[in-house]
Structure formats: structure tokens, C-alpha cells
Design a protein around this ligand. Structure first.
Ligand code: GAP
Length: 451
């Protein structure tokens, strides 16, 4: 779909710039391009020490809300490579493609529906317009070979979505977990798509993580469960602190629906580059189980014990991009705040539950290192803690603000005599003196309040 640049500019006016977020991510160890020392590899990203904590916290929260916190959802961790027939049954071999065009002059390769982003052609005389070939379909699945042969029979695909294995394992999970319809199966894992134009930092990557739930129900209850899961997922994004004004639900128009889908809605976030999907909620009907039954020859129906009806359950899917949600969290939290003294501080107002470091312990001077380290050791048993004894205290606070650390604990010269420390809170910058003995309980209360 062509992008209306003016509408994007209007919607994103006043938001932080993407360049500032990308620069902070690399500088402070959240995310940077994979294989940087070789010049990078397009569409692949590495999460550094803070990035991996952020991502793990997000995944843990999702798992808690979708799997552990319920008795009608089971977890799964399936292999990335599945039997190649999987992708025939799912329709990916035939249909999972984007329209591709090449410029005959400069050789630029683009998705035909994103030509607005191509920029001028550097290779044509007298015009800056590209000389595009007609569009042709390009399958997005990444291929590999399994075993010692490298031929068609050994070809396998890196999964393009995590959900297909959920369908393959449906019967096994249902029977081993002794579940009955309605119930769901969820998993978090890597997915791979050979995107023609990866772009907008991690937003469109070639390797990314999805957190998917497939919820199986009787067709008569499809509407009820669709509404239920859309509500749950929206509540999750609110819980992540994504601002009300930057979150919306966009139901799919009938002409956008996949041929098997009954209803679908995207949950979109307002990124600095415009409104974009972070999660899809889909009513997939009985397409998946029916197709895998056909292709495998295995019976994937269930029987209603009362009516004795045998049927392929209907599937309500929620599929969220972990990387996209991390990016939304960072974009939502990034702020350059003007302070009363005229200075500007950069901070990440990350919600406590996902902040990579919960507490920084900072001795005012190096000679106070020993008792401060003792405090850090004790707190580290409960949370991720950062210890820093170098530089002036104001600058150390700023460094923690910039990575979203909610609390800084300062051990100063008075702490020696009054056995108290200063606890500084990130957002308000207020400071409180807290007894060292009660510090853990104090932080526990503050951190738990956010749950
Ligand atoms: N099983 C359904 C499915 O895969 P999708 O809309 O293609 O649906 C679901 O993907 C989510 O996965 C998206 O909402 C997005 O958050 C994430 N996603 C998809 N392609 C991505 C890409 N190339 N890079 C990063 N995240 C992506």
C-alpha cells in the first residue's frame, strides 16, 4: 500500500526521532546490527546486555499472562525446522510471497508496493526515475538443506511463523496435558522471512521472534473467543505502558482477510515512522487443522462428549512480534526532558516490569565501595542490579536514566553513621533516605506495586 507521507508526518509530529533511539540502543548496549565488524548483515540484529534483559522480561510477562496465569493454555517449544510438507499444507510454498521489482538501470531491488521508499535512480541519464521490471512473486521463506545431500529432496525451510508446529503438535499436547476444547497452545520462538527490504531498525527483520497463541474452540464460540483474546491482548499492551494515544485496533477490511480467515484485527502502535502493526489477532477458522489432517493423513478432529459431534476446532490466533514490541517499548519510553536548571536529560520511562536493570547501587566515593558492594550483592539475589563507582554522582544518575533504571541507591558518608542510603526514583527524581535493613522490603514493595 502506498504510504501517505504527509499523514505520517502529521501523526508523528513531536515524537522522538528514530535516529536518536537507534543511537541510544547501540551506544548503551540494547541493540545493534549483527556482524557489525564485517559491515553488518541487512535484516539481522543483536541484542546486547540490556537488550536481552528487556526482551527476556517482555517474554516472561507474556508467558505469565498467556500461559502460566491460566489453566486453559499449554506451552510448547518446538523445533525451528519442521517437515517440509508442513509448509505445503500451510500454503506457504504456494502463497507466501511479496511482489518484487528490479531497476534495470541501477539494479535496485524493491517490494513493488513500497516504491515510494526507493529514492531517485542514480544510474539513468536525464531522469532520476527508476526503470522497473514488471513485478514477479518472490517467496519469503528461507531455505536450507538437512543432511549430507544438497538437493531438492533435502530442502527444508526455516519456519516463517511459529504457529505451524502448534498445529502439528495439537493432538499430542491435548492428550498429554488432558485438555478439552476450548483450550490454547502457546509458544515463543524465532521466525525467519527473507524480506525484500528489511527496514525501520528491527521493525522489519529477516530473523525475529514471535509469541503466538493458537486457541482452539468450537465454531459456535469463535466470536466470543475472538473478542476475549483481542481484549486480553490490548490490556497487555496497556500494561506495558504503551500510551493510549499511540495504540489502536485496526479491524481488517473484508478484502484484506486471508481466504480462510473469518475476522482479523491488527493492534497498531504509533512509531516515529507512523502507525504500524505490532500484533495480529485472527480467526483462522478450521483451515489449519483441516489442512494438516489432509496432508498428513492423521485425524486431528475432536469429539464433543455430549453431542458426539466430531469436528476440526476453530482457531483464534494472537501473534505478537517480540522485537516489534521491544521497539515500541523503547520508542514509547524515550524522552528528552527539559529540567528546571535548563539542562536536558535523556531517559527511558520503561515500566518497572520490563526495565533491564531494576536497581543501580552507587557509592558516593570509591572508598565506600565495600559496604555498597555488600548491598549490591544482597539485592542481586532478587533483581538485576548494576554497580557503578566511577564518575560524578549526577552523571551516574543520568547514565541510569538513559537506560531506564527505576531506582538508584546511593551509599554516602552519612550512611556509615546512620545506616541509611538514598533511594532516587527515575521519573520524579525524588530522593528518600531508607534504612539499609529495610531496603530490600522497600524496593520489593515499589517493584511489586507495578505488577
Ligand atoms: N502466524 C501469524 C503470523 O505470523 P504475521 O502478521 O505475519 O502473522 C505476526 O506476523 C507478527 O509477527 C506481526 O504482527 C509482527 O509483530 C511480527 N513480524 C512479522 N514479520 C516480521 C518481520 N519481518 N520482522 C519483525 N517482526 C515481524
Amino acid at each position: 500500500m502506498a504510504v501517505d507521507a504527509k499523514a505520517v508526518d502529521d501523526a508523528t509530529a513531536g515524537l522522538p526521532r528514530m535516529d536518536d533511539i537507534v543511537s541510544l540502543c547501540a551506544r548503551r548496549g540494547f541493540i545493534w546490527q549483527s556482524s557489525e565488524i564485517y559491515g553488518g548483515i541487512n535484516g539481522f540484529w543483536d541484542y546486547g546486555p540490556l537488550g536481552v534483559e528487556l526482551k527476556n522480561n517482555l517474554k516472561a510477562l507474556w508467558w505469565q499472562r498467556v500461559v502460566r496465569g491460566r489453566d486453559d493454555v499449554e506451552g510448547l517449544d518446538s523445533s525451528i525446522i519442521a517437515h517440509p510438507r508442513t509448509w505445503e499444507a500451510s500454503g506457504h510454498v504456494e502463497h507466501f510471497s511479496d511482489p518484487l521489482v528490479d531497476c534495470r538501470a541501477c539494479k535496485k531491488r524493491m517490494r513493488a508496493d513500497q516504491l515510494d521508499d526507493a529514492g531517485p535512480c542514480p544510474a539513468r541519464q536525464g531522469t532520476s526515475e527508476h526503470d522497473w521490471t514488471p513485478a514477479r512473486n518472490f517467496n519469503l521463506m528461507l531455505k536450507t538443506f538437512v543432511g549430507a545431500q544438497e538437493d531438492a529432496a533435502a530442502t527444508a525451510f526455516l519456519r516463517a511463523e511459529t504457529c505451524q508446529s502448534i498445529f502439528l503438535d495439537f493432538k499430542r499436547v491435548r492428550e498429554s496435558a488432558r485438555q478439552r476444547i476450548p483450550f490454547g497452545i502457546a509458544q515463543i520462538g524465532k521466525a525467519f522471512r527473507n524480506e525484500i527490504n528489511p527496514r525501520n531498525f528491527t521493525f522489519r527483520s529477516r530473523e525475529f521472534e514471535q509469541a503466538e497463541l493458537e486457541f482452539f474452540c468450537h465454531v459456535s464460540e469463535r466470536k466470543k473467543w475472538f473478542e476475549h483474546w483481542l481484549g486480553e491482548r490490548l490490556a497487555f499492551h496497556h500494561e506495558l505502558g504503551l500510551k493510549e494515544t499511540r495504540l489502536r485496533v485496526r479491524p481488517h477490511r473484508p478484502d484484506e482477510l486471508a481466504h480462510y480467515a473469518h475476522a482479523a484485527a491488527d493492534i497498531e502502535f504509533l512509531f516515529p515512522f507512523g502507525w504500524q502493526e505490532i500484533e495480529g489477532v485472527h480467526d483462522r477458522g478450521d483451515w489449519d487443522l483441516r489442512r494438516h489432517s489432509e496432508f498428513s493423513g492423521k485425524d486431528l478432529t475432536v469429539t464433543d462428549e455430549e453431542t458426539k459431534e466430531r469436528f476440526h476446532p476453530c482457531v483464534i490466533e494472537t501473534s505478537v512480534g517480540v522485537d516489534r514490541t521491544c521497539l515500541a517499548l523503547l520508542a514509547n519510553a524515550y524522552e528528552e526532558e527539559k529540567l528546571p536548571d535548563g539542562e536536558t536529560r535523556t531517559l527511558l520511562r520503561l515500566p518497572l516490569a520490563v526495565a533491564p536493570v531494576k536497581v543501580a547501587v552507587l557509592p558516593l566515593a570509591k572508598k565506600l565501595a565495600e559496604p555498597a558492594q555488600r548491598i549490591a550483592r544482597e539485592l542481586r539475589r532478587h533483581w538485576s542490579v548494576f554497580y557503578d563507582e566511577s564518575g560524578n554522582i549526577g552523571r551516574r544518575y543520568r547514565r541510569q536514566d538513559e537506560v531506564g533504571t527505576p531506582f538508584c541507591v546511593t551509599y554516602d558518608f552519612e550512611s556509615e553513621s546512620d545506616t541509611r542510603v538514598t533511594v532516587r526514583e527515575r521519573d520524579s527524581m525524588t530522593q528518600e533516605r531508607i534504612a539499609v535493613d529495610g531496603l530490600r522490603a522497600y524496593l520489593q514493595d515499589r517493584l511489586e506495586m507495578a505488577r
